[in-house]
Design a protein around this ligand. Structure first.
Ligand SMILES: Nc1ncnc2c1ncn2[C@@H]1O[C@H](COP(=O)(O)OP(=O)(O)OP(=O)(O)O)[C@@H](O)[C@H]1O
Ligand SMILES: [Mg+2]
Length: 424
């Protein structure tokens, strides 16, 4: 089996809590993205049969066309992952994962004469338990039996994929997506005992943004999560120092005014005299412990909770600086200074915009992390933002698949290598 073939047909899959990113090596820098969710239509409904094939589960861009009554949504619309984990016996969720995987592979099915299945590199959370690896292998095996689209498959942890994409063998990766944040030191391999997992991600910033929208008089719009997310991404800012930023923003309301026009509608959101609150959402992501957030908790906003999923403990309120330090300090002392030399940020939750005219009080994510580390007494650090933070896991999958020798068989002790489904 030729290396050349494998390089040509490498396929990457990043299973995120909110989005599934996938595509073959020929996609270049940017994968395809669909929401990681599936819809189970009411199959008994007559119209489902009259209007065409009755599907068990629908995934991908067509979901909106199948949605039925609103009150059904919570039971029929399934988001399979929580904090990057699918429960072992949650059959509906695994059904969605399989359907999405098939959907992605089908989209890129190749009709070239030499095509005989992809070399698939899937990426899971660093704390994904073994049964998830087994399930992902099984799913690909089943898909291959049905479609001949998968010749071999391997799985790598998301933080490792980020390090690979940037070709940095010794580093700490902070991967912060929608549902959770993983801090993972890497010294060629992920140092599993030192991983720190947080139950905090972009979705928590959405929760806070919704409260702010209510305060500003947009209570009705605050119900729609997708809209709240767009507002957050458009107006949210990360403050250098929260108290100072709020003070400056209140004294110069014009300069900090936050407005967002919803594309394709007549709706314009204007935070007006609440515009200073745009600094709250950014701060909250990095450190939710400022006293100002208390008032939101007191009135009922859920606080990021400590949770245990399987054997893994997810911290709710740990600030990102503290999280990095406690992770690095579980590594050998000699290695620690080298780890601080490369702190790599990836995931959409670090993609905050920084308008140049506000850079006296707002900062980018890398600067914020440096400041949090300085507070903990760590001075000599280099913090770098991944190039395409939402796609770096997928890019790492592609780079890995390109480089990993095709004849290296999967090994459960080392958790690496390819599972081959057929020889030819
Ligand atoms: N410009 C932006 N400013 C702030 N947040 C952003 C921006 N762009 C994306 N995000 C946030 O990033 C999150 C999505 O990130 P990502 O795609 O990395 O998550 P995921 O991989 O689906 O989830 P996870 O890694 O937790 O399993 C969302 O909460 C989104 O609102
Ligand atoms: Mg992710």
């Amino acid at each position: 089996m030729s290396e050349e073939y494998k390089r040509k047909y490498t396929f990457g899959e990043d299973y995120g809590t909110s989005d599934y990113k996938y595509g073959p090596i020929t996609k270049g820098e940017v994968p395809k993205v669909v929401e990681n969710r599936g819809y189970f239509p009411d199959k008994s409904a007559l119209m489902q049969r009259v209007m065409g094939e009755a599907k068990d589960v629908v995934v991908g861009r067509d979901i909106p066309l199948y949605l039925e009554a609103r009150e059904d949504l919570s039971t029929r619309l399934v988001y399979p992952m929580r904090n990057g984990i699918v429960e072992k016996d949650d059959e509906r969720s695994w059904r969605v994962v399989k359907e999405l995987t098939l959907y992605g592979l089908r989209e890129f099915a190749v009709s070239a004469y030499d095509f005989n299945g992809f070399f698939v590199v899937a990426s899971l959370s660093a704390i994904a338990p073994r049964y998830m690896y087994e399930k992902i292998f099984d799913i690909h095996r089943e898909i291959d039996e049905e479609t001949r689209l998968v010749r071999a498959v391997t799985i790598i942890p998301q933080p490792l994929a980020v390090a690979i994409a940037h070709k940095i063998p010794t580093c700490v990766v902070l991967e912060s997506g929608h549902g959770n944040t993983q801090v993972c030191p890497i010294s060629r391999y992920p140092i599993r005992n030192a991983i720190v997992a947080l139950n905090r991600g972009g979705s928590d910033a959405n929760t806070l943004m919704a409260e702010i929208l209510k305060d500003a008089g947009y209570g009705d719009l605050a119900q729609e999560e997708a809209l709240v997310r767009r507002v957050k991404e458009a107006v949210g800012l990360v403050p250098r120092d929260l108290d100072r930023a709020i003070e400056v923003a209140k004294s110069e309301p014009h300069r900090f005014r936050a407005k967002y026009r919803v594309p394709g509608t007549r709706i314009e959101i204007d935070l007006a005299e609440y515009s200073w609150a745009r600094f709250l959402v950014g701060e909250y992501v990095f450190n939710p412990n400022h006293e100002i957030f208390q008032s939101f908790f007191v009135r009922g906003m859920p606080r990021p909770r400590d949770v245990k999923i399987g054997d893994v403990y997810f911290h709710g309120m740990l600030d990102f600086g503290e999280a990095i330090v406690s992770s690095v300090e579980r590594c050998p002392i000699e290695l620690q200074p080298h780890l601080y030399q490369h702190v790599l940020l990836s995931g959409g939750n670090f993609q905050w915009s920084l308008p140049p005219q506000l850079s006296d009080v707002a900062v980018d994510s890398a600067t914020k992390i440096k400041m949090l580390l300085r507070e903990k007494g760590i001075e000599n650090v280099k913090v770098e933002m991944a190039k395409e933070p939402r796609y770096s896991v997928w890019r790492g999958c592609i780079v890995y698949g390109y480089a990993a020798p095709a004849n290296y068989e999967w090994n459960w002790e080392r958790m690496e290598g390819w599972v081959h489904f057929r020889k030819k």
